[in-house]
Design a binder for this molecule. Structure first.
Ligand SMILES: Cc1cc2nc3c(=O)[nH]c(=O)nc-3n(C[C@H](O)[C@H](O)[C@H](O)COP(=O)(O)O)c2cc1C
Length: 236
């Protein structure tokens, strides 16, 4: 049932939306508890309210659970171990200094939460591999888009994905967006019967997060709005 806010004050609505947005985290360890299809469908219906340029709604999502998810995960783990990643890396080289510093900070916090040393490449690989079993989540989502579309439409897909994560969090569910899947489009596409014009953009794990897991304790800081925004023309 979609939440109704008609009898809420604007302050209550703002508090509620703000608290859900601030509570969302990338969760990388899940409880096995399955999710009903109707719940995931409801989340996707909410997320489909996301805007898109000229309302073309370019998002496509393949939702996998049970044996289908396990078989896909197993094929992806095999492909990862066999070094079958096909897509180029997600960041340019060299990465501009500010972003590089943040990337290093991310790695220190992420691998630090697991007690993995930054020089321990095999342990990092084992953790990276966990992406492909959806970090133990009961539901996996593969987001795809028509490859003929331009970056402009990929923005739409990103807005849709954030809406999925917020709609999930509002229902007490956790998620992790994962670009790691994009490297394995060739493994994913035939298993999900994607038409040739479709390309894997990223994946997502969804379920009840294991709040006790050390990996879920790694908080990621944010720059404040005063740092990344310029305010022009305001009286105060
Ligand atoms: C487009 C995108 C791709 C991401 N890909 C991965 C991924 O492949 N594996 C992973 O563990 N986390 C991935 N993340 C999660 C980010 O590391 C995470 O959002 C960031 O560190 C901020 O932490 P937070 O989401 O907990 O606030 C991705 C996030 C986004 C938005």
């Amino acid at each position: 049932m979609a939440p109704t806010t008609s009898d809420w004050s604007p302050q209550d609505i703002a508090r509620c939306v703000s608290s859900v947005m601030r509570a969302r985290r990338s969760v990388r360890a899940f409880k096995p508890q399955p999710l009903p299809r109707e719940l995931v469908q409801e989340i996707l219906e909410d997320a489909a309210c996301a805007p898109s340029g000229a309302n073309i709604q370019p998002w496509r999502v393949h939702v996998v659970s049970g044996a289908v998810k396990d078989e896909l995960a197993s094929a992806l783990v095999d492909a990862f171990r066999a070094g079958k990643a096909t897509a180029p890396t997600h960041f340019p080289a060299p990465l501009p200094a500010l972003f590089h510093a943040r990337l290093l900070d991310f790695g220190a916090r992420y691998y630090g939460s697991l007690g993995i040393d930054r020089d321990d490449a095999p342990a990092r690989m084992r953790q990276t591999e966990r992406n492909f079993s959806f970090f133990g989540a009961p539901v996996g989502l593969i987001f795809s888009i028509d490859r003929r579309l331009k970056p402009h439409s990929w923005i739409d897909l990103g807005l849709f994905a954030q809406s999925v994560m917020i709609a999930a969090k509002a229902r007490g569910l956790d998620t992790c967006p994962q670009v790691a899947f994009a490297q394995f489009h060739d493994t994913i596409a035939p298993r999900l019967h994607m038409p040739p014009e479709e390309i894997t953009a990223f994946g997502m794990s969804m379920g009840h997060g294991d709040s006790a897991a050390p990996v879920n304790q790694a908080g990621m800081p944010r720059e404040r709005a005063d740092g990344f925004a310029r305010f022009l023309g305001f009286a105060h």
